[in-house]
Design a binder for this molecule. Sequence first.
Ligand code: UDP
Ligand code: MG
Length: 341
Amino acid sequence: MIFLNFPEAVGRIIQTMNYTGQHRQSSMPPTLSLLIPMYNEADNVRTCYDSLCRVLDPLQETWEMICINDGSRDDTLASLLALHREDPRVVVLDLSRNFGKEAALTAGLDQARGNAVIPMDADLQDPPELIPQMLARWREGHDVVLAIRSDRSRDSLFKRCSARLFYRFINGMSTVPIPADAGDFRLLSRAAVDALKQLPERRRFMKGLFAWVGFPTAEVHYERQARLAGNSKFNAWRLWNFALEGITSFSHIPLKMASYLGLLVSFFAFLYAIKIVVDTLVYGNPVKGYPSLMVAILFFSGVQLVALGIIGEYLGRLYEESKQRPVYLIRRRYGPPGDPS
Ligand code: UDP
Ligand code: MG
């Protein structure tokens, strides 16, 4: 005969209630919270939910699927609400407008109740089949389990090249190493999530923040699939701004580069000045004129504007931070019945 202590027995009873097909949500925190930011993903909502159920229900774990509707202009919200009515484990956060994926993820992290939290995309590019492995590594005692993309051949050539360049660049500059080929798809323990929630910055480059909090980390590997339906929301311009966000959030080296470049240029200008004086006074050559002067003026004006631009990037971010506006606004939360929030 097996003897359970009281809280264990209550936990078992509630768990059993949750697996009887009624999908009743207890007020106890679930084991796992899935965070899924969605921007115009109406075509993916149902398939994403079905795939998660197929993987998670046999595991006998309690879970919630927190879907963040990031100001979608299609039927994403309606599809999510239909799911929520069917299964209260689907929690819907409806943001007041499109705040961007990083803000949507932050909203999800703030609301997640699980002992382990996994952010993932709605387009099934992050395969749910990996979740049991991630949970197993977490149970071994790792607070963070990174899902590393070992094969990205289904991503476009542009995306692969720009990603490689970006990680090389940022890891050359940043004080915390940001793991290459790891997206936001990872498992975070409750301790790691609580640590992330302490970071007060408003401009949130999540990959960097995840790396910054540290904690014992394990890896699992997977092949990146093609997007299920719809197009990527990150075009070249958005990716460029995302890269700038990452670099300015995690490194001051561009600011230093401007001053070192200035010093270097001044040094060469000084040598050139000596050459002109010697040319004129010793060899009696006439000073050569207009074209070289124009080139020098234009070149150094360009360098100065670039340096000002770099300072501007940091100053603009400082200005944004100083306003202290919230990272996101929730229009309405559709949670489990009886949920206090
Ligand atoms: N996303 C979002 N807000 C945005 C852009 C994207 O919530 O402003 C979501 C999107 O719906 C998806 C995830 O972020 O679930 C990743 O986006 P996407 O698949 O377009 O990016 P990629 O996989 O191409 O990098
Ligand atoms: Mg995707």
